[in-house]
Design a binder for this molecule. Structure first.
Ligand code: NZQ
Ligand code: ZN
Length: 389
């Protein structure tokens, strides 16, 4: 296990009815609020009204930025910064999924930056300060409610890139599983695949001896496998929604990655699919993951895949290790299909036209090599895209 400094500063209010703390929590950090949200979902399911009741109940003045899209655009960030500066807003309240939270985080960072906020996304500008943020999460997926990371898109330039800063951790997040009852089957499945992918990104690492982190990772993977399918079939199953929601946060908040070398692999490859085709993040991950696993399976990695097969999929440990590893990869693929997710790029309208551009950008952004479990260069990345077609 490697050395690490533990810090997960986000306060979590988990469970049904926790919205009751919202107004008082906000008052600890700010006086004027920008409420950030996406389309109609929070109005249809009543979450918007509950949030407004809290703001009004505590006499907190607020402004709204709505219409933030999945794969949030830099334009929304610019708009949010403008509203904040014009009205001297000092607190950001994203209500929604990862896209909404990421948009708010970047507004918070851009507020204190003199130039265009896109500079912060591409690393041309430096994040110094960030407006305080509190989130009301409405979907189990990215874990943005408990991490310091955001991903922003610029569809004009076909770019989708991440930024992070410790001041981007939300001060608090309200996680009410009931708020996720209305998430569609497709988004529930995509969210489950995303959570699982966050775990894979750190579980498949070369660091040895992080036994505890790996067993915790397997427990959360098993939780996703058990409850993802339940939530897809029974959207109002509280137990399933609750377990997925907490998995979402724990998968990415550092608990599983502390003490491990873990440069992510599939996410950088996926981000190009969304940058070029605006596809749902978790769907891209579900398609690519089994192909990535097959591609990186070799004599050096087979033991880790066998461990995954035995501990997560309960494959008989008496089988030969390559058999176990291949069986585990196949079970991963079958599981995503059972959630109703596509398994090839063509199913989501992606053909050969941009594979080379995407492979080039994905590797260039990572300095020429993606990931550390099995470092992937341009040719490797292109080959994974080709196999996934
Ligand atoms: O637009 P609205 O009305 O909000 O509808 C959304 C959207 O259409 C809908 N939805 C959310 N909650 C709902 C609901 N519909 C009904 N009932 C509810 N309770 O779901 C759709 C997708 O929303 P989005 O916010 O895009 O989903 P998600 O949470 O999966 O976020 C995806 C974004 O996060 C980034 C992804 O790249 C993508 O841009 N990621 C952020 C990360 C982070 N900050 O740590 C890490 C991830 O790996 C990921 O890259
Ligand atoms: Zn993700």
């Amino acid at each position: 296990m490697l050395n690490f400094n533990y810090s997960i500063p986000t306060k979590i209010f988990f469970g049904n009815g926790q919205i009751k703390v919202l107004g008082k929590e906000i008052k600890k950090y700010g006086t004027k609020v920008l409420l950030v949200y996406g389309g109609e979902s929070i109005k249809k399911n009543g979450v918007y009204d509950e949030v407004i009741d809290q703001l009004k109940g505590e006499d907190i003045p607020f402004w709204e930025l709505n219409g933030v899209k999945p794969n949030p655009r830099i334009d929304s960030v610019r708009e949010g910064i403008k509203i904040c500066r014009e009205n001297k807003i000092d607190f950001l309240l994203p209500v929604g999924g990862g896209s909404i939270i990421d948009c708010a985080k970047t507004i918070g960072a851009g507020y204190y930056y003199d130039g265009d906020p896109w500079d912060l996304v591409i690393g041309k500008g430096k994040i110094e300060k960030v407006l305080p943020i509190g989130t009301v999460s409405t979907i189990a997926a990215t874990g943005s409610e408990m991490d310091n990371y955001a991903v922003i898109s610029n569809l004009e330039t076909n770019q989708k890139l991440g930024l992070f800063h410790d001041n981007m951790f939300p001060k608090f997040s309200i996680l009410d599983p009931v708020y996720t009852f209305t998430v569609s089957q497709r988004q529930t499945a995509a969210g489950t695949a995303d959570i699982m992918s966050h775990i894979f990104e750190v579980y498949f690492s070369r660091t040895e001896g992080a036994y505890l982190q790996d067993r915790m990772a397997e427990a959360i993977l098993k939780t996703c496998i058990k409850y993802g399918i339940v939530a897809v079939k029974e959207p109002k199953n509280y137990e399933a929604r609750a377990n997925l929601m907490w998995s979402s946060s724990l998968a990415i908040n550092g608990l599983l990655s502390y003490g491990k070398e873990s440069m992510w692999s599939v996410h950088p490859i996926q981000h190009e699919l969304s940058a070029y085709y605006d596809i749902t993040h978790g769907i891209g991950l579900a398609i690519l993951t089994p192909y990535w696993m097959e591609y990186v399976l070799n004599d050096e990695t087979v033991d880790k895949f066998a461990e995954y097969g035995i501990n997560v999929w309960d494959i008989d440990k008496e089988n030969d290790k390559y058999g176990i590893a291949r069986g585990a990869i196949e079970k991963t693929r079958e599981y995503f299909i059972s959630l109703g997710l596509p398994s090839t790029l063509r199913e989501v309208g992606i053909g050969e036209e941009n594979l080379e551009n995407m492979a080039k950008k994905a590797t260039d952004y990572q300095g020429g090599t993606i990931g550390s479990f099995v470092p992937l260069n341009y040719e490797d990345t292109l080959e994974i895209y080709r196999r996934a077609l």
